[in-house]
Write a protein that binds this ligand. Structure first.
Ligand code: PRP
Length: 231
């Protein structure tokens, strides 16, 4: 819409929450929602009183600021490491969407992107059953593949994906994961790039979900137990 004036919508906060973070307390200032246009005061109040997803977080594991810093570091490292050959980034939907979006912009080098989708979980327990629900668009033969994941938990998903990809004759293949939870590993698999190693908490946010929710949380939090194990 070149030449037209774009009106930037008004924003207001839902109020600030204090959430416990490991080693202290972080003030959450991210609960900012776009104000729907055309609402009067009564509707505004109702909008502000709605349940916040931050209320379901037991504690913050990794703040938004820590995420931004670490992803910049990883991007710089990848750009250095792939100076001699553009990485072909393959990301596994859907949890990795925020990570790949940030990581590819943090990597100042030529790169290409493809996506794959697999089904690996029933509820929040790893079933060990993994099937490809969307395959790659392009051949990876002779390319320098970098598989980008949001989390390695049991490792079963990635082990399966790596077997498929290795059979397609890439020039090289490496793994970048935003989170690593080595305490839950059921198979031998190790990432070349790791954002953060986390304890065995039910992690949500920055793409990670519970029942498809909380992916839009801008930090990594531990989900309250009563949410996923109601009494
Ligand atoms: C999650 C995550 C990894 C996998 C890790 O995917 O994105 O792919 O689980 O678990 P594992 O190491 O125990 O195999 P999920 O199947 O939940 O799909 P999603 O990415 O759409 O959330």
């Amino acid at each position: 819409m070149s030449g037209s004036n774009t009106e930037i919508p008004a924003f207001y906060t839902s109020g600030s929450n204090r959430l416990p973070i490991e080693g202290g307390c972080v003030k959450q200032t991210h609960a900012i929602f776009p104000k729907p246009s055309g609402l009067g005061n009564k509707e505004d109040n109702r909008h502000m009183q709605r349940h916040s997803m931050h209320d379901d977080v037991e504690r913050v594991l990794i703040t938004q600021e820590q995420i931004q810093l670490r992803v910049q570091e990883l991007g710089a490292q990848i750009a250095d490491d792939y100076a001699d050959g553009a990485p072909h980034m393959i990301t596994i939907l859907k949890g990795s969407i925020p990570f790949i979006a940030d990581l590819m912009r943090a990597a100042d080098c030529p790169l290409s992107l493809d996506v794959m989708a697999v089904a690996s979980y029933a509820g929040h327990q790893s079933s060990g059953e993994v099937r490809v629900t969307k395959d790659l668009d392009e051949s990876i033969e002779g390319r320098h593949v970098l598989v980008v994941e949001d989390i390695i938990d049991t490792g079963l998903t990635l082990a399966y994906v790596m077997r498929i990809l290795a059979n397609r004759a890439p020039a090289s293949i490496r793994i970048a994961t935003f989170l690593d939870k080595p305490s839950r590993r059921k198979t031998q698999i190790k990432a070349d790039y790791v954002g953060f190693t986390i304890p065995d908490a039910f992690a949500i946010g920055y793409g990670l979900d519970w029942n498809q929710r909380y992916r839009n949380l801008p930090y990594i939090g531990a989900l309250k137990r009563e949410i996923y194990e109601p009494t």
